[in-house]
Design a protein around this ligand. Structure first.
Ligand SMILES: [Zn+2]
Length: 881
């Protein structure tokens, strides 16, 4: 484990290394406890660099066995070796030389899951961001691009399958039960994209013919016997390859494309060139074991990693500060892919919900950082919602500002100009300026400035002058180390809607640049005057969520009700209804329910009933609209002095009121959506299941609800329905015989399937109430649970701490105490997963004073632990700062 050195890396300190490594030849002789790695590196001194410049290579916990330069042993006085660094003090005077490094590793003991490790007896690697230095000494930074040739030797019985990046060269027998395979990747790549897999796995094979007619062999490798569960992933891969050709003109470039699913994996998946390695959770699926959400995730993640082949691999990042160059852009691409495969409106709402749930709290708390950070202590902690999700929103805004055609021209220029480069955000923004002739310098602040901008908006209508005025004011709240903010360029899409639901015309506009339904907010304050407006319009703002901002709008409830029924922009219509629900929940939280509020509640429950039954809306959309804002969403909107128990009570009361008001209509609709037994994971079928399960949730709070949910559970023919019913029983009726029986039945059926048992852990970890901390503690001893497996830890501990507001924030602090002990326990094996878990307390300052004090105590108990890893110390100290 790498302990914290306190070193801070700064963007402004970037400079190219004195040396390059144009060729890398690796030989692995695999063995669980003593794998030998021989790296033969062609080292080239950069022009103009003094011949006396030492060569300093990165390492992490390495054991050096031998070192040679140009075939000769290096004298001990000519190098310095420690587990974390290798320095060649006097490199040869020649411009180019060959450096051989022989190291020994113990993959079986590698529980951090970075570098070379074993998952269920399969050798596999994870090198992003800095895992390659755990394999051999190297210039382990993304601007060192090298052509790799890899030879893998292993016992044939133990590892009949030997894979690496690129194309296969040859394979053969070595005698004594050993065999080898060689791979060559012709595309220069950074070390973080290196991959190796060796083991005994089953294969699903297929092929794809590219745009130019080349045949690419496709393979998905999974635990033997589970090949059939990879069918959906293969289908998603082929659709992704086709889509990237059509949408971005990007064709695949190697002869083979392989995906390997492993069960111990820190992240979702990894885009290693030609050899993607996946968390098996994002590969394996069928109706019996996967929910519709799992299918959608598999489709999105397969696409995401595949799209990285161009945005990340062919064009990579100059340094880790540029992480969003590959991630923000590739998330944008996978979002567009899913929108084309499914319903665009539903997809957009889901994206925005995710952004608000994960990125907004980051921006509003102690861990706030710009999409492109300027400094870090541990890069593993910057794989954040800000870099990924907000990074994607920034690319989306570029498209909104430029328009579809100029955006595509900019992307084409990006691929043309930077293919084979390690590029920067400045390079990326420049291609769009060059392709469109627009000045994006103010816009580029989205990359450099942290915090969620707020727009305060009010409107007036002057019937005599036929003039409608929007007064818009922008502000960006301060964030850690950025107290003064500059003004942003915010593309605000809008619509003016008249009484009949039609767009209201206007003849002129002044006060801001307005194009194609978008107001370009650039100044602190704009008075946007629309002339020739015949009636007072309702104004629909931030349509399609054109900018990731918060809005403070002075808008009458009547206008919100109107927009929730009539807005022609599907996103904004959803938003209007969601705002009303949030308002109702916050009002209840503040206990200001009066006569006026009762009327508001009646109008709201009536509107919920009418949206549920609106056949012009697709079922998936209705399901999303009827999903009440989550407890964490409400807490975020309230902002301070949070009491999770009060929020929970308000939310339950609203769910009960909506269900009671539409009980009969919901029952009829619920029955009409009954499962026919046929199954398809497509979006329309998933949408019907989503609506039916949302209705079940409401009906379960009504008389007879537990029996209804139990029946739903017993008659389910797919995992979506079964898991939804189990969650309803466990959450709404947690001590009932029905709930206890269903949990036991689920365990009996799926006890031996770890991925399905993750759902069982998740459902129990998210049961509201003070008793859940005891349940979760007890479940850590369950035979299906393991502290060493990231999926298990995230399902049980991660769900409890990030998705159970009343359980985790238990008033006496027991949730926090359990949490801090567990984070430290996980850290002993896997610092990266522990650091990710620890972010659950990032919003601790918004809690009411008593919980705040207890949360701080828990954070301090982590901070004061001995030998804290760099990963965990970085998160905890920033959270407490
Ligand atoms: Zn990615």
């Amino acid at each position: 484990m790498r302990t914290d050195t306190g070193q801070v890396f700064k963007l402004e300190d970037y400079r190219p290394n004195d040396y390059l490594i144009p060729q890398t030849n690796l030989t692995f002789r695999l063995s669980p406890d003593a794998t030998r790695v021989i790296a033969l590196l062609t080292i080239e001194r950069r022009d103009g660099v003094s011949a006396s410049a030492p060569l300093v290579l990165d390492g992490d916990g390495l054991t050096l066995k031998r070192i040679e330069i140009d075939g000769k042993k290096v004298k001990p006085s000519d190098f310095l070796a420690s587990p974390d660094q290798l320095t060649i003090l006097n490199p040869p005077a020649a411009h180019r030389f060959q450096l051989l490094i022989d190291t020994e590793l113990a993959p079986a003991g590698n529980e951090a899951l970075m570098g070379l490790y074993r998952s269920n007896n399969v050798y596999c690697t994870q090198c992003e961001a800095e895992g390659f230095r755990r394999i051999t000494y190297f210039l382990d930074r993304p601007d060192i691009l090298s052509v790799y040739t890899v030879r893998i030797e292993a016992l044939r019985d133990e590892a009949p399958l030997l894979l690496s990046n690129g194309n296969p060269l040859d394979r053969g027998d070595l005698g004594d039960g050993w065999h080898y395979a060689r791979w060559h990747d012709p595309f220069p790549k950074p070390s973080y994209l290196f991959a190796l897999v060796a083991g005994d796995l089953g294969q699903l094979a297929d092929s794809f013919v590219t745009l130019s007619g080349r045949t690419v062999e496709l393979g998905i490798y999974v635990e033997a016997g589970k090949e059939k569960l990879a069918g959906y992933a293969m289908d998603a891969l082929k659709r992704s390859m086709k889509w990237d050709e059509e949408a971005f003109g990007r064709e695949y470039d190697l002869d083979v494309f392989n995906i390997v699913a492993v069960s111990d994996f820190n992240m979702g998946a990894m885009e290693n060139k030609g050899l993607n390695i996946f968390n098996d959770k994002y590969v394996l699926a069928d109706r019996e074991t996967a929910t519709d959400a799992d299918f959608a995730n598999i489709e999105a993640i397969i696409a995401h990693e595949y799209f990285h082949n161009w945005t990340g691999n062919r064009i990579t990042c100059r340094d880790w500060f540029q992480l969003c160059l590959k991630e923000g852009l590739t998330v944008f691409r996978d979002h567009e892919f899913s929108a084309d495969q499914r319903s665009r409106a539903v997809k957009r709402i889901a994206e925005v919900r995710t952004l608000r749930a994960h990125q907004f709290p980051e921006d509003q708390g102690p861990l706030a950082h710009p999409v492109r950070p300027r400094r870090y202590r541990e890069i593993n902690n910057f794989y954040t919602a800000t870099v990924y999700e907000k990074g994607s929103e920034v690319v989306r805004m570029i498209r909104t500002i430029l328009g579809v055609d100029a955006f595509r021209a900019g992307m084409d220029l990006y691929f043309e100009r930077h293919d084979g480069d390690a590029a920067t955000i400045e390079d990326f923004v420049k291609v769009f300026e060059d392709a469109s002739g627009r000045d994006l310098s103010q816009f580029a602040l989205w990359y450099h400035q942290a915090g969620t901008p707020n727009l305060t908006i009010s409107s007036t209508y002057n019937p005599a002058a036929r003039e409608f005025t929007l007064e818009i004011e922008q502000s960006v709240p301060p964030t850690p180390s950025e107290s003064r903010k500059r003004l942003m360029h915010i593309p605000l899409a809008f619509g003016l809607i008249g009484a009949g639901g039609k767009a209201v015309e206007y003849s002129g506009v002044e006060g801001a640049s307005v194009e194609e339904g978008v107001i370009h907010v650039r100044k602190r304050r704009h008075m946007v005057r629309f002339s020739g407006v015949a009636e007072r319009p309702a104004v629909s703002l931030n349509r399609g969520f054109s900018a990731p901002v918060t809005l403070s709008v002075e808008q009458k409830a009547d206008d919100q009700f109107f927009l929730a029924r009539h807005d022609s922009d599907a996103f904004s219509r959803w938003q209007a209804f969601n705002t009303l629900l949030t308002d109702a929940l916050i009002s209840a939280f503040r206990e200001i329910l009066g006569g006026k509020q009762a009327d508001f509640a009646a109008r709201l429950t009536e509107l919920a009933g009418s949206i549920a039954g609106d056949e012009t809306l697709e079922p998936a959309y209705r399901a999303l609209a009827l999903a009440l804002p989550g407890e964490a969403d409400i807490a975020r909107d309230i902002g301070r002095n949070i009491d999770p128990d009060a929020i929970y009570a308000a939310r339950e009361a609203l769910a009960l009121a909506i269900g009671a008001a539409s009980r009969d209509a919901f029952s009829v609709l619920y029955l009409s959506l009954a499962d026919t037994g046929a199954f398809s994971p497509d979006a329309a079928s998933a949408g019907r299941r989503a609506l039916r399960n949302t209705l079940l949730d409401y009906l379960s709070l009504q008389p007879g609800g537990a029996a209804l949910a139990a029946g739903h559970f017993q008659s389910a023919t797919n995992m979506t329905d079964r898991a939804a019913a189990l969650a309803v029983l466990a959450h709404r009726h947690h001590d009932s015989p029905e709930a206890i029986e269903a949990l036991a039945a689920f365990e009996t059926i799926y006890g031996s399937d770890p991925l399905v048992m993750d759902k069982w852990f998740q459902i129990q970890a998210s049961v509201p109430g003070p008793q859940t901390v005891d349940t979760v503690r007890a479940l850590t001893s369950h035979p299906a649970f393991s502290m060493g497996n990231p999926n298990r830890v995230r399902s049980l501990i991660g769900t409890f701490s990030s998705a159970n507001q009343t359980g985790f924030h238990r008033a006496d602090g027991e949730g926090y105490r359990f949490f801090s002990q567990t984070v430290l326990e996980v850290e002993k094996r896997n610092p990266q997963v522990a650091a990710r878990l620890a972010t659950a307390l990032r919003s601790w300052r918004s809690l009411e004073p008593s919980r705040q004090a207890k949360a701080k105590e828990a954070l301090l108990s982590i901070a004061n632990a001995e030998n804290l890893s760099a990963d965990l110390r970085d998160i905890v100290e920033r959270t407490l700062a």
